[in-house]
Design a protein around this ligand. Sequence first.
Ligand code: UD1
Ligand code: UDP
Length: 377
Amino acid sequence: MKRIMTVFGTRPEAVKMAPLIRALKNDEELDPIVVVTAQHREMLDSVLQTFKLTPDYDLNIMKPNQSLSEITANILSQLDKVFDEAQPDMVLVHGDTMSTFAGSLAALYKEIPIGHVEAGLRTWDKHSPFPEEMNRQMVGVMADINFAPTQKAAENLVEENKPKESIVITGNTAIDAMNYTLSDNYQSEVITKHSGQKVILLTAHRRENIGEPMANIFEAVREIADQYKDITIVYPVHKNPKVRELAQHYLSHHERIELIEPLEVADFHNFANQAYLILTDSGGVQEEMPSLGKPVLVLRDTTERPEGVEAGTLKIVGTAKNYIVEELSKLIDHEDAYQSMAKANNPYGDGLASSRIVGHIKYYFGLTNSKPRPFSS
Ligand code: UD1
Ligand code: UDP
């Protein structure tokens, strides 16, 4: 049995690691060990509950308004002991958070092979997104296997001279997660409450947007709510206190703007499926929405997820108030503009990413002679 340890800590990592952990559990030759840093607490626990996962180790590091150094130091100081006790044969990390970076660094220091899930996403701009672009580049240097979700992500790694044999194209496990959460007859409070309404679903939390950019975004959203009386804007507000303060300040007390608590992930996916349009600065949401055929306006100046832009479902609109209002109005006023973006397509995955990753791990350890066929969109 090979002991495969997953280390993660935030909501998006949990959503995208959960199907992989379930696939590892189903393999008789692999023994999964689940370590959560709990860089997020409530938002992490909610995902673990949805996917019925119980961590083997919980570092429980979250503090209000934690700094990047604090998160990194707390994780590093605890992981050595966990590695010594659990003796993993491989450590898997996901994406680009502080948990990803610190988890990899701790594994590197113990000379444990590292598998990087969702490897190769790049903007090549160290400030955007911050600190995620640096985290994923640094993890890329440390990783032994790079599980690139798309062809483009794999090309980025080749450009950085990563050994070709270390790069495999798997699709994104976000799509595997949606296969688990989406259901035709899903019912919940938020879905019933907004059934039949024209809902714009908003998510916004990026660290580099906090401050003026987020204020601009929120002013644009309020202007749209003022202008269009048939539209309701629903914003499940991220738990970050700085985000919550701005959201309260700019968006409260409007009859067509609803600020709600973060939604449980199955609720979020199924509610998004009934929404009219998505407005977001989230990475994961950009990957998920194209498969639902929802137009997504991305509240950032760059994206490391160009596949959805090429497919026509994502549009980068930045954080300038007037431009956001203009682009939103265009879609609301012109049915043809809306329809040209509202096409279901799936550049990010086919629901089989987790089984490909498991296959590659087995190949790495010589437990099988055949490599899984790469994902192609
Ligand atoms: C983190 C990741 C970011 C990812 C995002 C997903 C880093 C640097 N950032 O950003 O890449 O896109 O998660 O959401 O790794 N909080 C709670 N409860 C929770 C979660 C957060 O109270 O369940 C509050 C805490 O006060 C915490 C703060 O939010 O200190 C910020 O959390 P943190 O993980 O530092 O940053 P995020 O902005 O969430
Ligand atoms: N999500 C959720 N509830 C919400 C908003 C988002 O479960 O109220 C999910 C979403 O479906 C996606 C993930 O959270 O899987 C994205 O997380 P987030 O936007 O916090 O981080 P990012 O992807 O930007 O790193």
